[in-house]
Design a protein around this ligand. Structure first.
Ligand code: PDD
Length: 282
């Protein structure tokens, strides 16, 4: 499907025809928030959690929520129904709206709402079996990483750094401590214990962050949320990435150095299987 129908400000339109004014604050300032929601068998995975995060993001930057929960669900449902793929990835964006350029919030603007979907592209079985390479870098982003903001220049530069080095992700450190990757959360495993950085302003709390908490609890895997040093990451038995499109993915090298024995490990395997079971059960 080359020209899927998208939703833009009340209208379903082919994406090739969707237009926004150049004064949209999303275009001018990156002034907006977004969500990426996986769809399996035409059903949203973890819809309540994605909506809650969207509402939090909007509130944290003072954009009035243009829709109720039920309206959002109906709009997303419409876009999903218009696409032939069973498994999709919905991208949803809200910007502050269109106004004469000026940094502070304009008065009486109407938020711009855009929803599109594409077939979800998941890591192949070969990639999962082999594991992926990552590179490390200093986290140079702003200090409000908990907001799912469309202002993603720092993340874009990190992702490009990874791409330039034939790596899947750039794993970032701030002042010597693990934060997250350019578009995924990062976990380490040592002696059977999973650890992730604290849910603070230095990372985006992935919907899969919460899912890992649930899966660990159900599966009897001990989980720690704490600051994790660079040395600990390099010395860990396993490193994992989680995101809507990676699900759970094993990292086997960091800056060319093997993690653990350089192969996907048992905690990865257990969490991947639990993730697949959660998808089926949803
Ligand atoms: N990215 N951290 C960052 C910086 C992210 O961009 C993402 C997701 C995550 C994981 O969040 P979740 O589990 O809700 O996918 C963590 C999405 C997929 C993206 O920008 O395309």
């Amino acid at each position: 499907m080359d020209d899927p129908l998208v939703y833009l400000n009340g209208v379903m339109t082919p994406i090739s025809e969707a237009r926004i004014p150049v004064l949209d604050r999303g275009f001018i300032f990156g002034d907006g928030v977004y969500e990426v929601i996986p769809i399996y068998h035409r059903k949203m995975f973890r819809p309540q959690q994605h909506m809650a995060r969207l509402f939090r993001s909007l509130e944290s930057i003072g954009i009035p929520n243009p829709h109720t929960h039920d309206e959002w669900m109906a709009l997303i449902g419409k876009v999903v129904a218009a696409h032939p793929a069973q498994d999709q990835m919905v991208y949803l964006q809200v910007t502050r709206g269109v106004a004469k350029r000026g940094h502070a919030f304009p008065k009486d603007v109407i938020p711009t709402v855009f929803i599109m979907t594409n077939p979800i592209v998941l890591p192949t079985a070969e990639v999962r079996a082999r594991g992926v390479a990552c590179v490390s870098m200093e986290d140079k982003r702003w200090l409000r990483c908990e907001i799912k903001s469309i202002s993603l220049l720092g993340n874009v530069l990190a992702a490009e750094h990874a791409a330039q080095n034939n790596a899947t992700e750039a794993i970032q450190f701030r002042d010597g401590f693990l934060t997250e990757a350019s578009s995924s959360n990062v976990w380490i495993v040592k002696n059977g214990v999973l650890a992730g950085p604290p849910k603070d302003n230095l990372i985006l709390e992935g919907i899969r962050y919460g899912l890992m908490e649930e899966l660990c609890k159900a599966g009897g895997i001990p989980l720690e949320q704490r600051r994790i040093s660079r040395d600990e990451v390099f010395g860990s038995d396993e490193v994992l990435l989680t995101s809507a499109t990676k699900e759970v993915l094993p990292v086997v090298t960091l800056d060319g150095k093997p993690i653990g024995n350089g192969k996907p490990g048992p905690i990865y395997q257990a969490l991947y299987e639990a993730y697949q079971a959660a998808k089926e059960a949803a």
